[in-house]
Design a protein around this ligand. Structure first.
Ligand SMILES: *Cc1c(COP(=O)(O)O)cnc(C)c1O
Length: 481
């Protein structure tokens, strides 16, 4: 192991703090905490000095790869640079130190920020109401499908299925299944967009709705979106947009104008805010008037000049998150939106498209481009040619680490063999894009001249190849001596 666990560094009795002598009467925990909530033995926390803690985590952070260290072209995840002004705003004491149980009168500023952010997101989405409650994109999806279910319930029939294109993110069919619907896969056509004929075959009065990502996970804009929305609406279904790719279209086109009834927005992708390693996240949903009465409670409302958390919404699906614990993400997104303004946001979308198309043009000679439509903010290549020469996409991704970059997303979307999904984002310079393209072209050359160096990569990372499938199936995060 290159770094010991903090439990292994621990020595009994070592402390990282010195406190002044207690000058108030000691109160036993039992006097204020109900017995059933009290521990019967002390928490087994590591005992370390302050500098050991600092050095341990600095060493770990140096081994890690992050957006402040270098280029991170992880497709679909939108790893754009996070402006530091967002951090400054979210760490102001008035934002960072509030407690979820404080009464609304004491946190008017926070509620005003949430109210304003909701209005801005509604405007960006072209829809009329927003809930900031979902804590991630996937939870936004779940919320959206629950709203659709409630809508059909209010019409007297819940219906049984939701249509999902075969290029969709895995969270889409998962959200459908958790909400009690059957997920029905719709084929993509040779252009990489929804096959309208296949869609028509599945349309009937059992369709509760359709989930669509636009631009889709190939980075391609669904040009027939108006017709798709019309067809689904004609059978009484609703249209859900997976808005994880909204960063390609902010200020250019709005989900509501395309015909969508509900969209989730990944604040941690489109509006920067740091993410990775499973969190933190924020996945607000925006809806139109068909769905607004069903939004989760509490809804932030303005009454006179006061901001309130409104719980009296009889048709609501209820709470889907105990508190707004991800408030810091809301502050970051709000700061990002205000500091860019409408023109800045639109400019970011356009630069994201330019960067992706520039990078694609540098790489398309060496790698197969399975869908040739001009992409938006990301593109998907196939390493089929390289595989014929004995090297898999996984090997290429590992070799990219030796060149000092994070790997792209691989083996997704599922409809592309040996997929390499690359999203440069708008925050990278031409020099960075050129250097990354050169690295991929050099790896392609290595596959001709010395494939073993690629197959055995990485050789410079802190660890070599880990068995990630084993790790995912046998999660073990508990330290036992
Ligand atoms: C990231 C992503 C999601 C899920 O968002 P999380 O915040 O990770 O839960 C869903 N769909 C697409 C297309 C995505 O890229």
């Amino acid at each position: 192991m290159p770094e010991k666990l903090i439990f292994e560094i621990s020595r009994e009795g070592r402390k990282g703090y010195t406190l002044p002598k207690n000058d108030v009467p000691e109160m036993s925990p039992a006097a204020s905490i109900p017995a059933k909530l009290l521990r019967n033995k002390a928490a087994e926390l590591p005992e370390v000095s302050e500098n050991e803690v600092v050095r341990h985590f600095v060493r770990l952070s140096n081994m890690n790869y992050h957006i402040d260290k270098g280029f991170y072209p992880l497709g679909s995840c939108t790893m754009k640079y996070n402006p530091k002004v967002n951090e400054k705003m979210s760490s102001l004491p008035g934002n960072a130190d509030i407690h979820p149980m404080e009464p609304p009168e004491a946190v008017q500023g926070a509620l005003e920020l949430m109210y304003n952010l909701s209005n801005m997101l509604a405007e960006i989405a072209g829809l009329t109401a927003v809930s900031l409650q979902p804590a991630a994109g996937a939870q936004g999806e779940l919320t959206g499908i629950m709203l659709i279910r409630k809508y059909h319930e209010s019409k007297g029939k819940v219906r049984s299925k939701i249509l999902v294109p075969d290029s969709a993110h895995g969270t889409n069919p998962a959200s459908v299944a958790i909400s009690g619907y059957k997920s029905v896969s719709i084929k993509s056509n040779p252009n990489g967009t929804v096959d309208i004929e296949d869609l028509k075959k599945h349309l009937d009065d059992e369709v509760a709705g359709m989930m669509l990502t636009n631009p889709n996970t190939l980075g391609i804009f669904e040009t027939q979106i108006a017709e798709i929305c019309r067809l689904v609406h004609d059978v009484g279904g609703l249209m859900y947009m997976d808005g994880a790719n909204l960063n390609a279209i902010v200020g250019l086109v709005r989900p509501g104008d395309m015909g969508f009834d509900v969209v989730h927005i990944n604040l941690h992708k489109t509006f920067s805010t740091p993410h990775g390693g499973g969190g933190p996240g924020s996945g607000p949903v925006a809806v139109n008037d068909k769905l607004r009465d069903f939004l989760p409670v509490p809804v932030i409302e303005k009454k006179g000049d006061r901001f309130v958390m409104e719980f009296d919404r009889p048709k609501s699906i209820g709470k889907i998150h105990a508190f707004f614990g991800n408030f810091g993400m809301l502050v970051r997104a709000y700061t990002y939106i205000l500091s860019h303004g409408p023109d800045g946001l639109r400019g970011n979308s356009m630069n994201a498209l330019i960067n992706a198309n520039y990078l694609l043009n540098k790489l398309r000679g060496a790698f197969v481009l399975p869908y040739s439509a001009r992409p938006m903010h990301e593109f998907v290549l196939s390493a089929d040619l390289q595989k014929e020469r004995g090297v898999k996409t996984l090997d290429i991704a590992k070799r990219i680490l030796d060149y000092g970059y994070h790997a792209p997303t691989i083996y997704f979307p599922l409809i592309v063999h040996e997929a390499l999904m690359i999203e440069p984002t708008e925050t990278e310079t031409k020099e960075t894009l050129d250097a990354f393209a050169d690295a991929l072209l050099r790896i392609d050359e290595e596959i001709r001249t010395n494939p073993e160096v690629v197959r055995s990569a990485p050789s410079t990372a802190p660890v070599r190849r880990l068995d990630d499938a084993y790790a995912a199936r046998n999660v073990n995060v508990c330290f036992k001596e």
